[in-house]
Design a protein around this ligand. Sequence first.
Ligand code: E4P
Length: 219
Amino acid sequence: MKIFIDSANLDEIRKAANIGILDGCTTNPTLILKEGKDYKKTLKEICGIVKGHVSAETVSLNAEGMVKEGKEFAKIAKNIVIKVPMTPEGMKACRILTKSGIKVNTTLVFSANQALLAAKAGSYLVSPFIGRLDDIGEKGTELIREIRQVYDNYGFKSLILAASIRNTEHVKEVAMLGADIATMPFKVYEELFNHKLTDAGIKKFLDDWNKLQKELKKK
Ligand code: E4P
C-alpha cells in the first residue's frame, strides 16, 4: 500500500519526504486555506518536494470548468493528478481529462456505487472518505472492503485511495482490506512509527550499552 500525506503544509511534507517513506500527496481547498498561501504556488512547491502523485482539487461545478481548471493545474508539474467531485458533471470531466492523458482522482466518494461509476469513467484514483462516514455513525472502513470486492470482480484498474483517515487504526484496517493507497494527516503519519515497546527497548539497549562501557573501563 502506498502512503500519501494529506496536507498542504510544506514543513510537514518535507519532513515525510526526508524520511523517505512518502509516495504522494493529496490536497484540497480546506488544506490550502489553512496555509493561507496562493493555491497554484502551493501546488507547485509541493510538486517540487514530492516525487509521487500530487492531487489538486478543482472547484468548478460544471464539467467545462473542471476541465479548464484541470488542464491549467496539469501544466504545473508532471506528477499532478486532478481531483473532481463524484457528480455527473465530475464524471463527464473525468472522461474528458482522462482521454486527454491527464490523470484524475475522483473525490468525495461515499458508496460502492459511486466508486463503480468513477471506475467506469476511467478515474485513475478513487477516494472513499472513511472518517466522514464514521462521523455520521457508519463504519467507514467497510466501504473499502466493498469497493475492493467490486473492483476485483470486474478487474477495474482504478486505484482505491483511502481518504479522510483520522487515526492509525484506520491505516491498519485499510491496509488489511486491500486499499492501494492511504492518505493521512502528518500527525497520523508520525504516529505510525510509534510503539511504547520500541521506546522501552531502545532505552534498555542504550542503558546496557552504557553499563558495558563502564565495566570495560574498569578492566
Ligand atoms: C483527501 O483527498 C481529502 O483531502 C481528505 O482526506 C479529507 O479528509 P477530512 O475528512 O479529514 O477533511
